[in-house]
Design a binder for this molecule. Structure first.
Ligand SMILES: *Cc1c(COP(=O)(O)O)cnc(C)c1O
Length: 421
């Protein structure tokens, strides 16, 4: 039996209706921007395996550092102990985060980083004697699949069985030039009841909403209103963090800084899972008390795993290297040239770009998880490119180390799609 056959026996895949999609391609190896399957075929990883492996798969610098750490200290309980990898990581991260961020709290994945942020925000008010239980979120946002994170995400047809158990959330439209006055009025109205604990948003790019992009200006104004009303602003940078928008964080495009920031995905460069929720001194201080119960009693077994911390440190070092920064500029320019070339194509409805994130909407209607999506996916794979279209959107978010030739190949397969579908 080959791997695909053996897989079917005991494995249950994420986000999969197994009756419709029983087969999973086996990947045996990955290097830089390439994935290899068990038949020896290679694929360009056009989405950096969900925006994680941004410095390339099996990056030698990172694996070397991690391998050294594994022989020094594998794991130790972080409640009560500390270690240099976590300390160093906090020091390096604070240097590149927006200037108001002061404290680093560890968890395991993007969803838990959001749950931590929500719990921090609720308890921040609770500790000060205010019962604020409502969270404002953006429509079409995606923040993860645990209960808190799922609750603040946009409504999805897949969440039906759970909707009755969501935490208290109000969703507002993404603020734009056209709707801003309305959205602002709604925002002020919600806040005026003094029941809102926090406002959560994906800054500038909503990843799971098919790379929907929006202006910094209007979001910036909402954050300002939040600040004035003691509503904590939570930036979910799980997707946008670490260079993808062209700056280290999407929040760097905004004048008003979030009180809390969620990070994961490329934090550990795709090596191992880890997440961080950072916050300002003001948030942290609300948990200091002689009363032990005012502390933040949230913890995961693998919090601040030293190996994961070292992977993150190596990644952050690479992010700031001249080589990666030049790569980011190279990809940005390359996307712009591709965009100019295909924007007018009759099958292209619209295009958008922020940093190395490029997306185009096809001029066809289809269900988000409908047939065409799979046809497109298969077409890309047959042509040696791994892309994961969402609805009628095709997007590229490749590792920073993708070569020019590989980029050109991704573009040419997209052009082929335009002439085929
Ligand atoms: C992927 C993602 C999450 C969830 O992260 P997981 O590690 O999959 O739990 C949360 N927020 C955003 C913006 C994401 O892109």
């Amino acid at each position: 039996m080959n791997l695909t056959e053996r897989d079917k026996k005991h494995l249950w895949h994420p986000l999969t209706q197994h009756q419709l999609h029983p087969n999973h391609l086996a990947i045996t190896k990955a290097k830089d921007a390439l994935l290899y399957d068990d038949q020896g075929n290679e694929y360009i990883d056009g989405i950096a395996s969900w925006y994680t492996c941004m410095y390339g798969h099996c990056n030698e610098y990172i694996t070397q550092k991690v391998s050294e750490q594994m022989q020094q200290l594998d794991h130790v309980v972080f409640a009560g102990f500390t270690h240099e990898p976590a300390i160093k990581l906090s020091e390096e991260l604070i240097k590149i985060l927006p200037e108001n961020q002061e404290k680093i709290f560890f968890s395991d994945n993007g969803s838990t980083s959001v749950d931590v942020a929500i719990k921090m925000a609720l308890q921040y008010h609770f500790n000060q004697g205010e019962k604020r239980g409502k969270i404002i979120a953006l429509e079409d946002g995606f923040h993860g699949d645990t209960f808190g994170a799922m609750s603040v995400s946009g409504l999805s047809v897949y969440n039906g069985p759970f909707e009755d158990f969501f935490i208290d959330v109000e969703r507002i439209p993404v603020p734009t030039q056209e709707n801003f006055e309305e959205v602002k009025t709604q925002f002020l109205q919600l806040i005026s009841e003094h029941k809102v604990a926090a406002f959560i948003y994906e800054p500038l790019v909503q990843g799971a909403a098919a790379m929907k992009m929006f202006d910094a200006k209007f979001l910036n104004e909402l954050i300002e209103i939040a600040h004035k009303n003691n509503v904590l602003a939570i930036a979910d940078e799980v997707m946008t963090g670490f260079g993808k928008t062209g700056k280290h964080f999407a929040s760097d495009y905004l004048e008003n800084k979030p009180d809390i920031i969620c990070m994961s995905k490329s934090l550990t460069a795709g090596l191992v899972p880890m997440a961080i929720t950072s916050c300002s001194q003001k948030v942290y201080d609300a948990f200091l008390s002689h009363d032990i119960a005012k502390g933040f009693f949230h913890g995961h077994t693998y919090s601040a795993n030293p190996v994961a911390c070292i992977a993150a440190l190596a990644g952050i070092e690479l992010l700031q290297s001249e080589e990666i920064q030049q790569n980011i500029q190279r990809i940005i320019k390359s996307h712009q040239e591709f965009d100019a070339k295909i924007k007018q194509h009759s099958k292209v409805k619209s295009t958008r770009q922020k940093g190395v994130i490029y997306a185009l909407d096809l001029n066809v209607e289809m269900e988000r998880y409908g047939d065409l999506r799979y046809k497109l996916f298969n077409f890309f794979m047959e042509n040696g490119v791994f892309l994961r279209p969402l609805g009628n959107t095709i997007y590229i978010l490749a590792p920073f180390v993708i070569t020019n030739d590989q980029l050109q190949k991704v573009y040419s397969v997209i052009e082929k799609v335009l002439d085929t579908f």
